[in-house]
Write a new protein. Structure first.
Length: 299
């Protein structure tokens, strides 16, 4: 696993260590000329007489100057208040935009909300996605919740996915009434919920109930169930919900078996009786990937 740099939001009022980590990842992912542009862009912000205009102009240029490719696979994850933020799905141009945003927050440390809102409301879809990726890294991230919630209400699956998947912001700053709709909307839109960070930790009875009801509706309509729905049901499953999970441990579809096992395995501390069930499942399972998951939880 990549090494993790632990940083806290308290250090970000003057200089952002997050910015340096992103610059390091960018340097290993783009050409020297691209890095030269990035450094020039940062300097322009420091010399700017019109920060709003120059920031938006440089942000619009970033993807063309830095590229659409993703960061290098060895880019280090960043530790945030809500957990590790992986960078391997970030694009180089979008990373540059986040660096510029962090630069602005250093220049004007009391105006974080202003700069994030400016790019989110005036940028194109890619720029808005950059803001959503940046939320956990910005100073006073708890003040930026309205941007995150707005993204959660959008009809754009790309925008919604940027806040819902692989983003520690919701699990850190949302209450249950805000977090649960992220899971439900993901299910309704055919998005995987496994990439929702903190799903097990933020589990609550209302979420399990809503997901059980969604599963019942799908089954009543003779429609298939999302493979990973069990991850949200298992923590506070009703008796009927548990029976469904147990049934799908023997489903012919490998992914259902896999996620049913993961769902039970993640909840062994609160449901130690699941260990016996998993051991019994191991005796009849033949798929290597499923057996590997089982081994993780029963040893």
């Amino acid at each position: 696993m990549d090494s993790i740099h632990i940083v806290t939001t308290k250090t970000m009022a003057t200089a952002s260590p997050y910015k340096e980590l992103l610059l390091l990842a960018l340097r290993s992912s783009v050409s020297e000329s691209a890095i030269a542009w990035m450094e020039t862009a940062q300097n322009k912000l420091h010399q700017s007489q019109n920060l709003e205009n120059d920031f938006l102009t440089l942000s619009a240029m970033a993807r063309r100057k830095l590229g659409k490719q993703t960061l290098a696979p060895n880019s280090e994850a960043i530790e945030t208040a809500g957990g590790q933020l992986a960078l391997t799905h970030w694009r180089c141009g979008d990373t540059g935009r986040v660096i510029l945003l962090l630069e602005l927050c250093e220049l004007r440390p009391t105006e974080t909300e202003k700069w994030a809102a400016l790019l989110f409301h005036h940028g194109d879809e890619a720029e808005r996605i950059s803001v959503l990726h940046a939320l956990p890294l910005l100073p006073q991230p708890e003040t930026l919740k309205q941007i995150a919630l707005e993204a959660g209400r959008t009809n754009s699956l790309k925008l919604f996915s940027a806040i819902a998947q692989n983003n520690p912001y919701p699990c850190t700053y949302y209450n249950d009434h805000e977090f649960n709709p992220v899971v439900i909307k993901s299910l309704f839109n055919g998005l995987n919920i496994d990439p929702i960070m903190g799903l097990t930790e933020r589990a609550n009875p209302a979420l399990s109930k809503m997901c059980e009801e969604y599963a019942d509706e799908r089954l009543a309509a003779n429609r298939s169930l999302p493979y990973d729905i069990w991850l949200a049901i298992a923590p506070y499953a009703s008796t009927e919900g548990k029976n469904k999970i147990l049934k799908y441990l023997g489903d012919q579809e490998q992914k259902h078996r896999l996620f049913a096992i993961i769902a039970l395995g993640r909840n062994l501390s609160s449901h130690p009786e699941y260990r016996k069930i998993l051991k019994q499942t191991q005796q009849r399972e033949t798929d290597d990937q499923v057996l590997s998951a089982l081994q993780k939880y029963i040893t």
